[in-house]
Design a binder for this molecule. Structure first.
Ligand SMILES: Nc1ncnc2c1ncn2[C@@H]1O[C@H](COP(=O)(O)OP(=O)(O)OP(=O)(O)O)[C@@H](O)[C@H]1O
Ligand code: NI
Length: 409
């Protein structure tokens, strides 16, 4: 398989607060393939936005970002200078936020704003120096004959804005919320991105508009092969739009896999809980209210599973540092779970509850922790051998179907 478009390994982001160090992103690894829609789902405060902002290097000095690797299209983003990074942002990677007004300038026409991005990131042969832009901004405006203006009109049309020539001369406040978000998408496209990071792009919109905007993003992804990192707290949105998804809880990716695998056969108790609590249309409860208990404090976060206090399957190993377990390789995509029930030597009954933790299970875990192995990408430290019950905790697979590269005992 070719290299993923974005590859993030061991991303950890923390903030120094008055109360202590807050770990907003804790050893997160993921990759996004070309043309893929990758979802990050989790409740408020789980660290979704900070994950995206860390990758984009958009956190202010308060945040400390560490990572083994953040590689985008062959480039190590962490090693770029700030000015190189600026040209990546809005160019090869663009971001769409929840509130379109954060990305739009209220005192510039939308045509001007898009044309400016076109000039800045594209090659339209128009001067883009400081004084040229100032002159356009305050004196002349962008000529409607220019390539950047025509491209802006084209982009507005692409994202489904009616009468784009007319709209281009209007200011953001003259448009509805849904139209404004379309403008933001057009602006994101103006830099000819290969990845769009969309952080709750439809949360502020009506449900009917939400579907339209999501469809728009999906169609663009399909048509132009653009990858999308879609951040949302809405599992319904994930199911409709994503190819793969990561479930985030208390700053960690608990389960990552193909969206169909995750919905059909979730392995992490938290994912199970989330799926069980998707609200029905006639039900306006908060979607998480069904899982009892509260999210742990992210300040001075102890090692071990952050979900254990709320987990009906909690057992002896849950206090130990988490490692990632990779499930059966013939799933639709790599499927990884951070839950010690997946330790092959741990015995689990039909209902998914742990019945026995043999010494070998503990020893195997010790070895992985010692190897500093938060993720199981490295086959040499991959967890091994036959489960006592011959299957996964939720009874999914034959051992013979499991990973081929396990060392056999
Ligand atoms: N600049 C900051 N300084 C201190 N703490 C921060 C800062 N930015 C974010 N945090 C904390 O990091 C944690 C993760 O925040 P984040 O915004 O990533 O959550 P989220 O999953 O995007 O939530 P939401 O769905 O509400 O947007 C939260 O506990 C938040 O309070
Ligand atoms: Ni957020």
């Amino acid at each position: 398989m070719s290299e993923p478009l974005l590859d993030v390994r061991g991303l950890t982001t923390s903030f120094e607060t008055g109360q202590g160090r807050l770990t907003a992103v804790d050893d997160v690894s993921f990759s996004i393939e070309e043309g893929e829609v990758f979802g990050v789902v989790g409740e408020s405060g789980s660290g979704k936005s900070v994950t995206a902002l860390s990758v984009m290097r958009l956190l202010d000095d308060a945040g400390t970002v560490e990572a083994d690797e953040v590689r985008f299209d062959g480039t190590d983003l962490l090693s770029l200078s700030e000015s190189e990074m600026r040209s990546v942002r809005g160019g090869e990677i663009s971001m769409i936020f929840q509130d379109p007004m954060t990305s739009l300038n209220p005192v510039m026409t939308i045509g001007e704003q898009i044309a400016e991005v076109v000039r800045h990131h594209g090659d339209v042969g128009e001067r883009t120096g400081f004084w040229s832009e100032m002159r356009r901004k305050y004196v002349t405006g962008t000529s409607t004959e220019s390539r950047s203006w025509r491209r802006a009109i084209e982009l507005l049309e692409t994202v489904g804005i009616p009468e784009p020539e007319q709209r281009a001369t209007e200011y953001p406040h003259q448009l509805s919320g849904g139209m404004r978000q379309r403008v933001v998408i057009a602006q994101a496209l103006a830099g000819d991105p290969s990845l769009i990071v969309a952080d709750e792009p439809t949360t502020a919109l009506d449900v009917s508009i939400e579907a339209q905007i999501l469809n728009e993003i999906l169609e663009l992804s399909d048509e132009f092969g653009i990858s999308v990192m879609l951040i949302t707290h809405d599992l319904g949105v994930v199911r409709e739009t994503c190819d793969r998804v990561a479930v985030m809880y208390a700053s960690e990716f608990m389960e990552t896999g193909h969206v169909d695998d995750l919905f059909e056969d979730p392995h992490h108790p938290y994912t199970e809980g989330l799926l069980a609590s998707i609200p029905r249309i006639d039900d306006d409860r908060e979607w998480l209210s069904v899982i009892e208990g509260t999210v742990p404090d992210l300040i001075d976060k102890p090692p071990g599973c952050p979900f254990q206090d709320r987990c009906e399957y909690a057992f002896d190993l849950c206090d130990r540092p988490l490692v990632e377990y990779e499930l059966d390789s013939n799933r639709r995509a790599r499927h990884a779970v951070r839950c010690h029930r997946e330790n092959d030597r741990v015995r689990v009954d039909e209902s998914g509850h742990v019945t026995d933790v043999p010494d070998e299970a503990v020893a195997a875990l010790e070895r992985r922790i010692e190897a500093g192995d938060g993720s199981s990408n490295d086959a040499t430290v991959a967890e091994s051998t036959v489960r006592a019950d011959g299957g996964s905790p939720t009874g999914g697979f034959d051992e013979t179907e499991r990973r081929g590269d396990r060392d056999e005992y």
